[in-house]
Design a protein. Structure first.
Lengths: 247, 268
């Protein structure tokens, strides 16, 4: 049976300890599209994606991924996940080993040559060939972010979720990132990006989820959302600025 | 030519084999301690163990058995505090002095010969017997297997706990198992180095290996080598200069760290 939606969320309430981070959120996302999640800090965006990918288990409601329950789906395959880039402490791990983490479930007792080849190919596809032996904390923010994307996509996920991936990136790295997202979408992957970059939303998204504890709006056409809506959501003036990229 | 005469004697052979086993187990687990930046933990568990020594002496039960129970319970409690967001160092800082004070009171009440207490505080690797070695061999085999199977699980969950959870790694189970093994290895090597010096055996070889090796894989190879070498050369040093073996072993480890530091600084 062909599944209409790749992600169905119904009545989702998730907590951090005693604190209700999101309440009664419902939405449905289609396969192969690109969605963005926006909302103020503390509004529950990260909680939502962490609950979907399987980091947070304390939730009520229903999450279905390609027609299967969340736990059933993530037992079978990974959802690609790129976490928020906070300051990275020194850790003695090479770039190739970070990417191999994404193939951990497939490795058995140890990683085999096919896993190394796959990880290398993924690094190359992201323009990171030659970086495999570098330590992760030696890289720039943009390079580190691409390594994290490589780790997320090395297992060929059907859904890729990225949490504020452009924070701390210079404009050149941001431009590279936007072009990557377009490639992922064209390859048939469903891409979900948490962002504060409202201009990015208006330029690329097929749909937008606005979260502030609960789902404020779920629009399929971004042009439906005027600047005054974002101003209301964030509580202060927000101006949408379109990104212009060379094709 | 090095004077290796100590190894001609039974006590020297037992010390060497027991020391190498203890060095292997503590060095392997020490890598995780250093990577997780919880270097105070080994020292904390050892000091908390002193309550077990005092209690064992007071009630007339083999102190190491009581110490093992106390050490494992303490390690799990500290681990639980850590999982609840209270850093291990804070928990240890609170319990560290209190447990030593309680241990001193219990030892005082037990009225035992002070030399027995000194053995627990400073250790005596030359006083080990074959039974100690057998128990250490079993524990070392368990720790080697644990590290062989779960090294990546431990490293991944230290590097990125959220992503490890996505991968399906049972983070809590592995973490608490690690703490139980760490507490056990501390208790079983206390008679080698004593409560005061045991933390060196856990932290210093791993810290030196971290300076010399760029990667965690290198750390796991190098730290056992550094640790077992320090036992070998420490025993020889103590034999030649007639100095306490446990102190000589730790001194060698300290020197190794110093040279590793110099290599790191000037070797580039």
């Amino acid at each position: 049976m062909k599944c209409e939606y790749c992600l169905e969320v119904r009545g989702l309430t998730a907590r951090y300890g005693e604190i209700v981070a999101i309440k009664d959120v419902s939405f449905f996302l289609e396969k192969g599209k690109f969605y963005t999640i926006v909302g103020p800090n503390g509004g529950g965006k990260s909680t939502l994606v962490k609950t979907i990918v399987g980091i947070i288990d304390d939730y009520e409601g229903e999450i279905k991924i390609f027609g299967k329950s969340r736990d059933e789906y993530i037992r079978e395959r990974l959802i690609g996940y790129v976490p928020q880039m906070s300051g990275m402490r020194k850790f003695p791990i090479k770039v190739i080993d970070v990417v191999l983490m994404g193939l951990f479930r497939d490795k058995g007792f140890r990683f085999k040559p096919k896993h190394y080849s796959k990880a290398m190919r993924t690094l190359e596809s992201l323009g990171l060939d030659g970086f495999e032996s570098r330590l992760i904390h030696e890289l720039s923010g943009g390079q580190r972010q691409r390594v994290m994307i490589a780790r997320a996509i090395v297992s060929d996920p059907e859904i890729l979720i990225m949490d504020e991936p452009t924070v701390g990136l210079d404009s050149e790295s941001q431009a590279k990132f936007y072009s990557l997202v377009r490639e992922f979408k064209e390859s048939g992957m469903t891409v979900i990006v948490v962002t504060h970059d409202v201009g990015f939303v208006s330029e690329y998204s097929d749909g937008i989820l606005c979260i502030n504890k609960k789902l404020v709006v779920h629009a399929t056409d971004v042009s439906e959302l005027p600047e005054r809506f974002f101003t209301k959501l964030y509580g202060y003036g927000v101006k949408t600025v379109l990104h212009h990229h060379k094709e | 030519m090095m004077d290796t005469g100590i190894f001609a004697y039974d006590f020297g052979q037992i010390a060497l084999i027991g020391g190498i086993l203890g060095a292997l187990s503590t060095a392997l687990l020490g890598n995780v301690v250093v990577l997780r930046k919880m270097t105070f933990l080994g020292s904390g568990i050892a000091h908390l163990s002193f309550v077990g020594v005092g209690l064992g002496l007071l009630i007339g039960v083999e102190p190491r058995i009581v110490t093992l129970v106390v050490a494992i319970t303490s390690a799990l409690a500290l681990g639980y505090l850590s999982r609840k967001g209270i850093h291990e160092d804070i928990g240890i800082g609170v319990l560290f002095s209190t447990s030593m004070a309680l241990g001193i009171i219990l030892v005082n009440l037990s009225k035992v010969d002070s030399s027995r207490v000194m053995a627990y505080l400073f250790g005596d690797i030359l006083a080990m017997n074959w039974n100690d070695v057998k128990v250490l061999a079993i524990l070392t085999a368990i720790i080697l297997t644990f590290i062989a199977v779960f090294r990546d699980h431990l490293v991944y969950s230290t590097f990125d706990e959220d992503f490890s959870k996505i991968l399906g790694i049972k983070i809590s189970v592995i973490y608490y198992t690690f703490l139980v093994l760490l507490a056990s290895s501390i208790v079983l090597t206390i008679n080698m180095l004593g409560i005061i010096l045991i933390s060196a055996m856990i932290v210093v070889p791993a810290a030196s290996a971290m300076l010399l090796s760029r990667t965690y894989q290198g750390m796991f190879k190098l730290s056992p080598l550094l640790s077992t070498s320090s036992v070998f050369f420490g025993l020889i040093l103590s034999w030649i200069y007639d100095i306490p073996s446990s102190a000589a072993i730790v001194l060698i480890q300290g020197l190794a760290f110093f040279f590793a530091f110099l290599i790191k600084i000037f070797g580039k």
